[in-house]
Design a protein around this ligand. Structure first.
Ligand SMILES: [Fe+2]
Length: 385
């Protein structure tokens, strides 16, 4: 399985490459329940291969450490009890070097398995899920790290050339799409896709228009300056309560200092560029902004149908669609059935990808999902009408 092995090695080393700029102290803190420490991401992605592949398919495999499944299982009830999510940051032990040894141990056993005659199509499919899972964690590692470093008044630099901003916005056109029947979703017999993208199915769409570009910082600043956060007319009731209770008046990482706007980024604190694409916005804020503009967010079906006509991939774009199963969706048996299906309640779908998404990990049928209040992912706004 040479291509599977090459891909496995490439993606596993990419995760470690993302950690190269870190100091040892950076690997540990967990400032919020939704944020996981880098050490935990490094270990959990490794546990995934050990638990779902090596334990089951590698003859005489001995786990690296009997307690690691308890420490690094994220949410798989099938696998058993585990560390509370909120306790990931208290794990000062095992040491970071132990986790790198764990990665090495699992990688060596994985390569043995893939090189041996024991490797089957079933194993190869599980490896594909494992590497896609690791790519998802690569993005979380970066967004979680940004959240942690952002709380530090020294505004630490992760890497000097690592801005996650994208080019100046293109001209704003509202692209018209005709009403009709369209096919969305992924066909599971074709290239890899997650189960939440199945099945491909038809949807009827009414006429709509969708913006050729994402909302910029400057456009969002105009909303703030127009008193958008004080005007209840633009907000969902739940969103308005959320901004008042949490005293939210701006996107995450924005700072007003001596009358000028700055933004924390992974290259440190930088002046806010009004022409750059907006990021780190909650669904509530995205909707309020759209209301203020006399527009709305697209549905996920509208987004997918129109996506051949605009550039995407720099921000996860909030849609107004609830995260629900597609027609014919089936929860797989066993632990991996817990991967997506059990989260299909109270969350919103985001489409596209972001500047922090792993290379080769995006496609137009991809369905990301978060709760409406979350700002720490690289989220943005595209308007529709
Ligand atoms: Fe995971």
């Amino acid at each position: 399985m040479p291509s599977v092995i090459t891909n496995y090695q490439k993606i596993r080393s990419k995760t470690e490459e993302l950690c190269q700029p870190l100091e040892i102290e950076d690997y540990i803190p967990q400032p919020a329940e939704f944020v996981s420490p880098p050490k935990w991401h490094l270990a959990h992605t490794t546990w995934f291969f050990e638990e779902f592949i090596l334990r089951k398919y590698k003859k005489d495999y001995q786990v690296f450490h009997p307690k690691y499944s308890f420490l690094f299982n994220s949410y798989y009830n099938h696998v058993g009890k585990r560390t509370l999510r909120s306790n990931r940051g208290i794990l000062t032990r095992p040491l970071v070097c132990d986790i790198y040894d764990y990665r090495k141990y699992v990688d060596e056993h994985m390569q043995d398995l893939l090189n041996s005659g024991e490797a089957t199509d079933e194993i190869s499919q599980l490896v594909t899920i494992g590497v896609n899972h690791e790519q998802q964690h690569q993005e979380l590692l970066i967004t979680d790290l940004k959240y942690t470093l952002s709380l530090n008044p020294l505004y630490p630099v992760y890497k000097p050339d690592y801005s996650l901003v994208s080019d100046m916005a293109a001209e704003d056109l509202m692209i018209p799409i005709d009403a009709g029947l369209y096919r969305i979703g992924a066909d599971k017999s074709k290239k890899f896709s997650f189960d939440n993208e199945h099945n491909a199915h038809e949807v009827y769409l009414n006429d709509f228009t969708i913006s050729s570009k994402l909302v910029t910082n400057g456009e969002y600043l105009a909303f703030i300056e127009a008193g958008g956060y004080e005007d209840f007319r633009f907000w969902h009731d739940e969103g308005y309560t959320w901004i008042r209770e949490n005293e939210i008046q701006k996107p995450l990482y924005w700072h007003k200092m001596d009358g000028s706007w700055f933004q924390y980024s992974l290259e440190g604190l930088v002046p806010l560029n009004p022409d750059h694409e907006l990021g780190h916005i909650s669904f509530y804020e995205a909707t309020a902004f759209a209301q203020w503009k006399g527009k709305r967010l697209p549905t996920e079906a509208e987004w997918e149908v129109a996506s051949d006509k605009f550039k995407w991939g720099t921000r996860w774009e909030w849609t107004q669609s609830a995260y629900l199963p597609y027609p014919g969706y089936e929860i797989a048996e066993g632990a991996l059935g817990e991967y997506n299906g059990k989260f299909m309640v109270n969350q919103k779908v985001l489409r596209g990808a972001s500047n922090a998404t792993a290379e080769g990990h995006s496609r137009k049928t991809y369905r990301n999902f978060f709760h409406p209040q979350h700002q720490w992912q690289l989220t943005g706004i595209r308007l529709a009408k």
